[in-house]
Design a protein around this ligand. Structure first.
Ligand SMILES: Nc1ncnc2c1ncn2[C@@H]1O[C@H](COP(=O)(O)OP(=O)(O)O)[C@@H](O)[C@H]1O
Ligand SMILES: [Mg+2]
Length: 333
């Protein structure tokens, strides 16, 4: 359980985090997104007690880190496992020896360490690679070693700072899948710092967007998807390539999110007043489930101008529509 309350962090007169409050329950994955320099890594370092808050609190499993020091702080720190981008493994040590590091620091007996390491390597799918050096492992395998090492001291919380950056999409998916399983098995509270919306969509329960040290948006992924005014919700919609329009009219993007699937959401568009007789090209359309929410999205080209009052007509039917530049590709939201 991670509870961040009114966390402010200043370096000199530079406020890097400004009154940040976030909660991650056991078994929950919170994604933190935001542009470079927004303060994400600083947030992570405050949660792992590598930095002290200037103001506010970080409580891990109910314990306020800022009130601890010495042995008590070191012991509390063990409750937070940390994985980084391109797992910084010791090059001359095997996978097993890398995973054993935190246990050595704690003076675990060689026997108990060996047993723990083999359980962990087995769990991350690397039992056969125990004696390999990092250089003999793929990027994804190295990250698995990093995860096993982060779990060595059985933390109840995990921080991942850009842990899948630089991995190919298939490897990213398999690492995310592993984290997803681990949080369920171990009831981990996970903070996942990422700049990839695909990652958020795939496993996060909640998401916070940091902007210049402040929380610009924060909520459950499904609530944000259901909120047509949410910028994060919009970014969470999957990108779908649109084919070029053959006519030179207005292009609109229509999206839909609901807990119940409405099979006829596209017909709401053709039934809009003034739509009769207008040629409408569907340039792309999809519907899929994200975190239990049915999400539809379409890009439509009208022969000329879109029917007047289209956005209102659609809004009444739970659809969010807006004109976009004719070449709709990546989202500019
Ligand atoms: N130890 C430090 N001393 C001074 N400034 C720092 C320190 N650590 C981070 N910063 C500043 O804090 C801001 C946020 O950095 P960071 O947390 O790394 O952002 P992000 O991870 O979102 O890219 C940056 O402007 C960075 O220069
Ligand atoms: Mg960072």
């Amino acid at each position: 359980m991670i509870e961040i309350e009114g966390l402010t962090k200043r370096f000199g007169d530079h406020t890097v985090l400004d009154d940040v409050s976030l909660t991650v329950a056991p078994g929950e994955i919170l994604a933190v997104v935001g542009p470079s320099g927004a303060g994400k890594s600083t947030l992570s370092r405050c949660v792992s007690a590598l930095e002290q808050p200037t103001r506010g609190q970080v409580r891990v499993d109910g314990q306020d880190f800022s009130r601890l020091d010495g042995a008590a702080l070191r012991s509390a720190r063990r409750r937070v496992g940390v994985i980084f981008q391109s797992a910084p493994l010791l090059r001359r040590r095997t996978a097993a020896q890398n995973v054993a590091l935190p246990l050595e620091y704690l003076h675990a007996t060689p026997e108990s360490a060996r047993e723990r390491v083999s359980t962990l390597l087995e769990r991350v799918g690397l039992a056969e690679r125990a004696d390999y050096l990092p250089a003999q492992l793929s990027g994804g395998q190295q990250q698995r070693v990093g995860i096993a090492r982060a779990l060595a001291l059985a933390p109840s919380n995990l921080l991942a700072d850009e842990a899948t950056s630089g991995l190919d999409p298939a490897t990213t998916t398999s690492i995310l899948h592993l984290l997803d399983e681990l949080r369920t098995e171990m009831g981990l509270s996970i903070i996942l710092i990422t700049h990839e919306m695909d990652v958020v969509r795939e496993i996060a329960d909640s998401v916070a967007r940091l902007d210049a040290g402040r929380i610009a948006e924060y909520g459950s992924v499904s609530d944000l998807l259901l909120d047509p005014t949410s910028s994060l919700g919009h970014q969470l919609l999957p990108d779908r390539p649109a084919v070029p329009a053959t006519t030179a009219g207005e292009t609109w993007q229509v999206s839909y999110a609901s807990r119940e699937v409405a099979g006829d959401w596209l017909t709401a568009i053709t039934s809009a007043p003034g739509a009769a007789g207008t040629r409408i090209e569907v340039l792309s359309a999809s519907i899929e489930a994200i975190r239990g929410v049915a999400v539809g999205r379409a890009v439509l080209a009208f022969e000329g101008a879109a029917p007047r009052g289209l956005a209102e007509h659609l809004r009444e039917r739970g659809l969010h529509a807006r004109p976009v530049a004719a070449t709709v590709e990546k989202d500019a939201a």
